[in-house]
Ligand binder design. Structure first.
Ligand code: NAP
Ligand code: ZN
Ligand code: ZN
Length: 346
């Protein structure tokens, strides 16, 4: 089935209208009309081919939310009319231990990413949610409470789970001192989850104009780390730092803010590797780690947690035709705090 989409046709090019083909509904597939799709900084990295391996034309979008319009003959989880979400991947090997444990994000075989993956034996890559219609295996779709504010739910499918997962993994809760480095799409969700889990949350930001927002989001403290005096008050003070910065930055400067035995979790994926001093880890037996989105099991848990606790993303809704302006604004750090495409808006 042909569907309308927006694609980039070469690395770094602007996005424009494109027609893509979606596969016919298989026995375990659901077809969905896409209602909303969030705009993640990873979309920009892949359009720019920052990480290598992008195939063009590329149709980004992995914060996809829609309504089921068709179901295959063996589908048991969903019925027509249900609201579902699709995150960063749409298939995996299904046989390795991570897959069996619902942590398909750590699949040891082949993950089929929602876009930009050429599946062996198929000529075309997968295409993402900057489009009107999608077909997905029911096992890789997530259930969304239809009474939720849906445009504000879409970014939970990446920004939400990517921040929820490490906070759960490192047991962040009452008594924890959490720092969120970078207040963007991921960062603002890390603040909301950290506060919801009972932690004391500090935002470490390069943008003075986000001070009031950070506190309104529930953070207990805002530190403009460009101000050396302010930054120095943070040394040896955090149990966990969630690093969501999209651009290259000096990791050592922030490692020194961790307490003994505490952990820096890298989420941001800048295009160039970061210089790193061994001393910043060795001196206080600190840990350097990372985290990659989350599996279907935990993503469902996160969506249910957000429904139960009214946790939503702060979004600016745009029509698909404004995607290039959205990218320009994200590149100059002018967004509070996630663009979401309304696929039914002109
Ligand atoms: P975003 O909304 O654009 O936010 C990035 C934030 O980084 C900005 O709000 C800004 O925070 C800071 N920043 C940007 N440019 C900077 C610069 N030149 N110097 C210092 N700070 C800068 O991006 P996002 O969608 O949250 O994504 C963040 C990163 O995470 C991206 O690299 C993305 O690819 C990656 N990501 C990783 C995963 C994963 O599974 N690990 C999942 C999704 C995304 P301040 O203004 O507060 O300084
Ligand atoms: Zn993403
Ligand atoms: Zn696997």
């Amino acid at each position: 089935m042909q569907t309308h989409a927006f694609a980039a046709f070469a690395a770094g090019s602007k996005l424009g209208p494109h027609t893509i083909e979606r596969r016919a509904i298989g026995a375990h597939d659901v077809g969905m009309d896409i209602l909303y799709c969030g705009v993640c900084h990873s979309d920009i990295h892949q359009v720019n081919n920052d990480w290598g391996g992008s195939t063009f034309p590329i149709v980004p979008g992995h914060e996809v939310l829609g309504r089921v319009t068709e179901i295959g003959s063996h589908v048991t989880k969903y019925k027509i009319g249900d609201i579902i979400g699709v995150g960063c991947f749409v298939d995996s090997c299904r046989t390795c231990n991570p897959c069996k444990e619902g942590e398909e994000n750590f699949c040891e075989g082949a993950v089929t990413w929602t876009y930009n993956t050429v599946v062996p034996g198929q000529s075309l890559p997968t295409y993402g949610g900057y489009s009107k219609y999608m077909v997905v295996d029911e096992q890789y779709a997530l259930r969304v409470d239809p009474s939720m504010d849906l445009s504000r739910v879409a970014p939970l499918l990446c920004a939400g789970i990517t921040t929820y997962s490490p906070l759960r993994h490192w047991n962040i809760g009452k008594g924890s001192k959490l720092a969120v480095l970078g207040l963007g799409g991921l960062g603002h969700m890390a603040v909301k989850f950290g506060v919801a889990f009972g932690a004391e949350v500090t935002v470490l930001s390069s943008s003075e104009n986000k001070r009031a927002d950070a506190l309104a989001l529930g953070a207990h403290k805002f530190v403009n780390y460009k101000n050396a005096d302010e930054a120095s008050t943070c040394n040896n003070s955090f149990d966990l730092i969630i690093d969501s910065v999209s651009a290259p930055h000096d990791l050592n400067f922030f490692m020194l803010m961790l307490k003994r035995d505490s952990t820096m979790v890298l989420l941001g994926l800048p295009s160039v590797p970061t210089e790193f001093s061994h001393r910043s880890v060795i001196s206080k037996r600190r840990n350097l780690s990372g985290s990659s989105i989350g599996g279907t099991k935990e993503t469902q848990e996160m969506l249910d947690f957000c429904a139960a606790n009214s946790i939503y993303c702060d979004v600016e809704v745009i029509p698909l035709s404004e995607i290039n302006t959205a990218y320009e604004r994200m590149n100059r750090n002018d967004i509070k705090y996630r663009f979401v495409i309304d696929l039914n808006a002109e």
